[in-house]
Design a protein around this ligand. Structure first.
Ligand code: SF4
Ligand code: SF4
Length: 366
């Protein structure tokens, strides 16, 4: 296999696993489509109430309040997206809890994950890919520290549910805080073990990991999947909060924020004030992520880091045929010619190019 890369960290970009909370947004926003027919009482929305189904997923409100309207923002990949907004009444009023078993909550709140679970069924080993490739994204540390016991309980439940014999959790060998958090409870779960991989980029991608560990057809559960599954199986509710790393060379106080899904990133930043006058943000890091206007970003479970940096998208220069983009690609693509059939969107070619050619926003150089 191709040699993977050890990323040199920028010392000016500090990260911290100190956790702050912001769970009182004035409004929350959920992606919607004009085709969706809303069949809900606009005046009384309860926390955890189902709003609508869209693209095989159900959306649930993370606050109680009332409907406000529709507004265009961007998603994490910089695509214009329509959002439904809900005004928070801060009452946190929940619907009546009806007692069901964990299977019911799993199939209700994680319906979009059922095809994935079907693929994982009856495999001898259930794999959980807890590798974070981005060097400046530490959100998983807060998630593991606050939820280690119930995360392991969720995995053990899934082991039985999917008829697997064991669970293997993939982690980087230098993910010490995550390893420590899990190790406290691992003794109670004899069928769950940790598997360590080196800190190389982009080893967290399933197809790269498959080659590295020589496990054919590797299929794994991801961190965000576990967050949804744990909320459903252990807490019997839809996922309402997520963890986001706040970092960057413009940030004085890096941290991780526990935040309501649907919160506007601008409101979050106004509240925690990591630094003054922030207007642009790298959503999900320099490698895989995109540079967006801060006031366009809505926090979803798919967003795990907001990086504020002087590093903006640089002016592109002509290609100097250095070949670095071809050399670094872990999937043997040729981004210059647009030959990216196996591309895993790791962002290495854009990151490494001395002419600052941004392959993330285009299909070919020519
Ligand atoms: S083409 Fe670029 S983004 Fe795609 S896998 Fe290769 S290096 Fe990564
Ligand atoms: S890394 Fe940039 S400059 Fe070098 S060959 Fe690739 S596109 Fe051209």
């Amino acid at each position: 296999m191709k040699k993977l890369i050890s990323i040199k960290r920028d010392k000016l970009i500090k990260v911290s696993s100190y956790v702050k909370k912001f769970t009182l947004p004035t409004k929350v926003y959920f992606p919607i489509d004009k085709s969706v027919k809303l069949n809900i009482n606009a005046k009384k929305i309860k926390k955890g109430q189902k709003l609508y189904d869209l693209h095989n997923a159900s959306y649930y409100s993370s606050v109680s309040g009332e409907l406000s309207g529709l507004i265009w923002k961007k998603d994490e990949t910089n695509n214009p997206t329509l959002y439904l907004s809900i005004i928070n009444d801060f009452k946190e009023e929940k619907g009546k809890l009806i007692n069901h078993n964990a299977n019911y909550y799993l199939t209700t709140f994680c319906s979009f994950l059922l095809p994935t679970l079907e693929i994982l069924k009856n495999q001898k080993i259930l794999y959980f890919n807890a590798i974070k490739d981005d060097p400046y994204d530490v959100s998983v540390v807060a998630y593991f520290k606050e939820n280690a016991e119930s995360l392991l309980e969720t995995l053990d439940f899934l082991r039985n549910y999917l008829h697997s014999k064991e669970v293997h959790i993939f982690l980087k060998e230098n993910a010490t805080e995550c390893i420590e958090a899990l190790s406290k409870f691992l003794g109670m779960y004899p069928f769950i073990s940790l598997v360590f991989v080196p800190d190389l980029y982009p080893i967290g991608d399933d197809s790269v990991l498959e080659e590295y560990l020589k496990i054919p057809n590797l299929k794994t559960l991801k961190i965000v999947d576990l967050m949804y599954l744990q909320a459903a199986i252990i807490n019997n509710e839809p996922l309402e909060e997520t963890y986001v790393t706040i970092s960057g060379d413009l940030v004085d106080e890096p941290c991780i924020v526990k935040v309501k899904i649907g919160t506007l990133a601008q409101e979050l930043i106004n509240e925690i004030k990591p630094c003054q006058n922030l207007s642009k943000v790298w959503v999900n890091g320099f490698f895989k992520g995109h540079l967006l206007d801060l006031d366009e970003v809505v926090i979803t479970a798919q967003i795990s880091s907001l990086i504020f940096s002087k590093e903006e998208t640089k002016k592109e220069n002509p290609c100097i045929s250095c070949g670095k983009c071809l050399e670094c690609c872990p999937k043997n693509c040729n981004p210059i010619k647009g030959e990216r059939q196996n591309c895993i969107s790791c962002g290495l070619c854009t990151y490494i190019c001395p002419s600052h050619i941004n392959f993330k926003e285009r299909n070919t150089y020519e």
